[in-house]
Design a protein around this ligand. Structure first.
Ligand code: A2P
Length: 339
């Protein structure tokens, strides 16, 4: 049994993986949201120790992550990959720190809540292992679009195709796309380190590792994490995850099957007051969500809502959100706000 920290005073917060794409955005989110904290500690690998990152008009020096890093820290936002979370998450939790983990290491642990604050905020309050998991980015953005409809019409199944930005592979994914675009423009050599194929001018239907089922681990996350967050153990999901040459917002094409089939107008009305998601749906004016319109923004966007022409009680939809923000950093900071 781990000890529960006292968070009644302003917490001492740490970011593990502070130099990465998501870690840096966590700094931005803490600053933008004026998150109340007494101190911020930035942790990364030995390679980055001594580097300085700006926060609230000052510079904070990055420290090397060690097992001793968590003394006195109340909340640690982890975004340094699953291996680091598995190794250091329990160490931090045992030191009395609440871990908010962006990796998949603990998401399906029955004692670890999996939280999207707009959907299941109450789950964040019960964290017996001192660990709270941040969902997979595509799952979060998909559920931001589907949870309001589920509350109104009862979700039964999802058929999804994702269009995932390279930011989902961290800073290295962004660099690989930038370098390949540059090489194509200048006649240079295309280097492939992150993806099995060239990503510039291409799409790759392969995100994370393949399973025996023929689906990838990323595609299975949509099923398992969706069931857990929505508390729908019988939810059915078929998903194809595709990497596209977009820098940092994910788009998802969805067919959603409901118990009661809503009309398009009924579905659109649901989004008038839904937190964190905005309806952009006037195709006659070429108004629909596109990734560049969500980049750097907190809100997800939903549009192209129409009746599915194959399945009964189903809608076709298009939802877009910034993978680095709502898909990762912002969601983690919102969980910390609940604490
Ligand atoms: P570093 O920059 O020192 O390598 P991204 O997902 O954008 O690639 O970011 C990964 C983050 O995880 C970076 O902040 C990276 O730090 C950090 N990281 C990677 N390996 C380790 C490690 N062994 N110990 C601590 N942090 C690590």
């Amino acid at each position: 049994m781990t000890s529960q920290p006292d968070l009644t005073n302003q917490p001492h917060v740490a970011i593990v993986g502070a130099t990465g794409a998501v870690g840096r955005e966590m700094l931005v989110c803490l600053e933008e949201r004026n998150f109340p904290l007494s101190k911020l500690t930035l942790l990364a690998s030995a390679r980055s120790a001594g580097q300085k990152l700006p926060f609230r008009g000052e510079e904070i020096t990055v420290e090397e992550l060690t097992t001793e890093s968590f003394a006195g820290i109340n909340i640690a936002l982890f975004s340094a990959g699953g291996g680091i979370s598995e190794k250091f998450g329990p160490v931090a939790a045992a030191a009395g720190c609440v871990v908010i983990d962006n990796s998949s290491a603990f998401r399906m642990d029955s004692e670890v809540p999996l939280v999207v604050p707009e959907i299941n905020p109450e789950a964040a309050k019960n964290h017996p292992r001192n660990i709270i998991a941040n969902p997979n980015c595509s799952t979060t953005i998909t559920l931001m679009g589907l949870a309001p409809l589920h509350r109104a019409f009862g979700l039964k199944g999802i058929i999804a195709s994702t269009y995932q930005a390279v930011s989902g592979s961290g800073a290295q994914g962004i660099t690989e796309l930038e370098d390949q675009i540059n090489a194509l423009a200048t006649g240079g050599t295309i280097e492939k380190n992150v993806y099995p194929h060239q990503i510039a001018h291409n799409v790759i239907p392969h995100v994370d590792v393949f399973r025996d089922s023929g689906y990838t681990k990323e595609e299975q996350k949509m099923l398992h994490e969706g069931r857990k967050i929505l508390n729908l153990p019988d939810l059915k999901v078929t998903c194809t995850c595709v990497r596209v040459p977009v820098m940092r917002s994910h788009s998802i094409s969805l067919t959603a099957i409901f118990e009661k089939g809503p009309t398009v107008a009924e579905a659109q009305a649901v989004f008038k007051n839904a937190p964190g998601i905005r309806l952009v749906d006037d195709p006659s004016e070429a108004l629909y969500p596109v990734p560049l319109d969500t980049t750097g923004k907190d809100d997800c966007l939903i549009g192209r809502i129409r009746k599915d022409q194959v399945l009964p009680n189903a809608l076709a939809l298009w939802v877009v959100g910034d993978q680095v923000k709502k898909g990762a950093a912002l969601n983690a900071v919102q969980i910390a706000e609940i604490l």
